[in-house]
Design a protein around this ligand. Structure first.
Ligand code: AMP
Length: 225
């Protein structure tokens, strides 16, 4: 089996994970798996999972591990992940990271790298205020840093652009606190395994993208040696 490229994107909300994941998906033709997107789709469809997740999401808290781990495990077992995957927003707790590691190990797979997109809190609040997503597929834009060609319209599918409910300033503060408490420990988790790669997320989306591509080229080279 050719080696897989199994990437995890870690970073605070608004660091640009979704934007980078979209670009990497096009570069490498790998499925982009966003647990946030999957949950929003479940809420929209009114599924049992969506009903259970909704209140946690609206408050800026995390959806319980057991719900998320089962949802992600099922997605990762689909056949389109056989050359690899790009995970955005999962794992988000040490428990989720352990569950992912166990699942991949059982299946003879492993994480290739965890990319930490680092952005200080002060920059995050400003960024999130300008963030917009399309109603159809969740494509990401920013009114200042990554604007669509036509205001409020998605370049990719022509649907309307909106602000996410949980991008309201009061919810953003809560999400940042949750990130520092529950997700930041993953940095050490992946550092301990030699898998962490840091990226300066304060640069432009194009610069961050170039840096990540260079990191991936190095990983592939190391893998082939
Ligand atoms: P995101 O689009 O990744 O920012 O996710 C939006 C919201 O969905 C988060 O604020 C959480 O409430 C929930 N969520 C997404 N992924 C996870 C996860 N891996 N663990 C727990 N909750 C999650």
């Amino acid at each position: 089996m050719p080696s897989q490229l199994n990437l995890i994107l870690i970073g605070p909300p608004g660091a640009g994970k979704g934007t980078q994941a979209e670009r990497l998906t096009e570069d490498f033709r790998l499925p982009f798996i966003s647990t946030g997107e999957m949950l929003r789709a479940n809420v929209k469809e009114g599924t049992e999972l969506g009903k259970q997740a909704k209140q946690h999401m609206e408050s800026g808290g995390l959806v319980p591990d057991e719900l998320i781990v089962a949802m992600a495990a099922e997605r990762l077992d689909q056949s389109d992940t056989e050359d690899g995957f790009i995970l955005d927003g999962f794992p988000r707790t040490t428990g989720q990271a352990e569950a992912l590691e166990e699942q991949l190990e059982r299946e003879g797979r492993r994480v290739t790298a965890a990319l930490l997109i680092d952005v200080p809190d002060t920059a995050i609040v400003k960024r999130i205020a300008g963030r917009r997503v399309c109603v159809k597929a969740g494509h990401n834009y920013h009114v200042d840093f990554d604007p669509p060609k036509h205001a409020d319209v998605c370049d990719q599918d022509g649907s309307r652009l909106i602000q996410r409910d949980d991008d309201r300033p009061e919810v953003v503060q809560k999400r940042l606190a949750v990130y520092h408490e529950q997700t930041a420990p993953l940095v050490q988790f992946y550092e301990d395994r030699g898998l962490l790669r840091r990226v300066d997320g304060t640069r432009t989306p194009a610069e961050v993208h170039n840096h990540i591509r260079a990191l991936i080229a190095t990983l592939k080279l190391e893998d082939s040696i």
